[in-house]
Design a protein around this ligand. Structure first.
Ligand SMILES: [Zn+2]
Length: 426
């Protein structure tokens, strides 16, 4: 037994149950950056950030921190350091609809190809500075998001921290692919359930398969051109109650006032899209602590695919999304950053923040919607979204001042996730 040490290392790995677990990261000192303060409101000049064991150990004026031996020093002079960005609504298992229509992705693309593509999408997301995503449905790709999440978490492949919603839940006749002769049983892009009993069973199945969030479709185009509520109040309540019994929150896709109302009354944590939300419902959401995830970038992308070009008069879909956002902003309801990326290219997540700013948010508010606010909605506000001691070391260095011009986040120079330098471009 000459090589005792490597053997012990192997035993430790096996004990952890992670054959591909990455070794503990070396301490890192990020030095000389302008750092976003913990509240996400202003930049502090000349700061050092010490990272140990994957977390932020200390933040202080440059040159004042006690640095452990063997720490790697990374000079960030002239750069701005912000928390790793959070995407609240991604579909890593989808790719842009102008490449392949959604129906064809769901019905024709092999699961293996879709999963490999998702691996590439995850890398692009991390490179764009998004270190956490809530992935809201695999759209026919089963539980591939759970394996993707676990492969990333074990260090096997690069990517953001993934919170997986798995298959999502829809009512009969309330999801695509649709429009076929009713004789044919066409596979759907989500799990079909009817009634509170089936709802509970499906939520239990998804939890057992590894879901971190449960996603329900509260409304859908059930007749051509008409979006109407799908699940009853009782069905929605069953989903929320079953998820809650294991501590999981529920996200509801909802466009119509009645769909939003049922979801909010059932106790969901977030409303996705929300285009038809009324001022009264926004007040109810604010009162109940339900966050809105506006997905403005998806409305823009879908309009583009339908032939609209930026600069031309605003199409209805874009106008409705913008007007909804303006009302939501005025209402004071919580708005979290989520783009529905996958509808458009992975790695272009920053588009949502740019649209939020062009529709009336300050760059600081938009940045907080993708950091502190998103972390709170994810119930991870002790770990994510701030540059402060004790927080996970998810950090992004950018050129310029994102509090003055949000587009500064588009091209990160450095991305740190879990205390490891994951991307370095210079
Ligand atoms: Zn979506």
């Amino acid at each position: 037994m000459k090589k005792a040490a490597p053997l012990l290392g192997l035993v430790a790995l096996l004990a952890a149950g992670l054959a591909f677990a990455a070794p503990a990261p070396q301490p890192v000192l990020l030095t000389g950056a302008r750092v976003l303060d913990p509240a996400g409101e202003r930049l502090l000049d000349g700061r050092d950030v010490l990272i140990e064991n994957g977390r932020i150990a200390a933040v202080g004026a440059t040159g004042t921190l006690q640095v452990p031996a063997g720490a790697r020093k990374v000079d960030l002079s002239g750069l701005t350091l912000i928390p790793g960005l959070i995407e609240m609504h991604s579909h890593l298992l989808l790719h842009p609809y102008d490449e392949t229509p959604w129906d064809d992705q769901v019905l024709k693309e092999p699961l293996e190809l879709r999963t490999i593509r998702a691996v590439v999408a995850a890398k692009a997301t991390l490179e764009a500075g998004f270190t956490t995503v809530r992935d809201l449905g695999t759209e026919g790709a089963g539980y591939a998001d759970v394996s993707l999440r676990d492969a990333i978490a074990s260090g096997m492949i690069p990517g953001p921290r993934v919170l997986a919603a798995t298959r999502a839940l829809v009512a009969t006749g309330s999801y695509g692919p649709a429009g076929f002769d009713p004789r044919w049983e066409i596979p759907k892009g989500a799990q079909v359930v009817d009634g509170p009993v089936e709802m509970r069973k499906a939520v239990r199945e998804q939890i057992a398969a590894g879901a971190d969030w449960i996603k329900v479709y509260a409304d859908y185009r059930r007749r051509p051109g008409v979006t109407t509520p799908t699940f009853t109040q009782e069905e929605m309540a069953a989903a929320v109650d079953e998820a809650r019994s294991v501590g999981l929150p529920v996200a509801a896709h909802a466009y119509t006032p009645e769909g939003i109302r049922r979801a909010v009354l059932a106790g969901v944590a977030t409303i996705e899209h929300g285009t038809g939300v009324t001022d009264e419902l926004l007040a109810l959401m604010k009162q109940k602590g339900v966050a809105l995830v506006p997905t403005l970038a998806a409305s823009e992308a879908v309009s583009r695919y339908a032939g609209w070009k930026p600069g031309e008069p605003e199409p209805q879909r874009v106008r409705e999304a913008r007007e909804m956002f303006v009302r939501a902003l005025k209402s004071g309801a919580t708005i979290a950053n989520g783009s529905d990326v996958g509808v458009f290219s992975h790695g272009r997540n920053a588009r949502e923040l740019e649209l939020m700013v062009s529709y009336g948010m300050s760059p600081g508010q938009a940045l907080r919607a993708a950091t502190v606010t998103a972390a709170a909605v994810l119930r991870k506000d002790k770990d994510l979204g701030r540059i402060a001691p004790g927080y996970l070391a998810d950090l992004v260095a950018v050129k310029g001042d994102p509090l003055a011009d949000i587009s500064a986040i588009e091209q990160p120079v450095l991305v740190v996730k879990d205390g490891r330098v994951a991307v370095e471009r210079r």
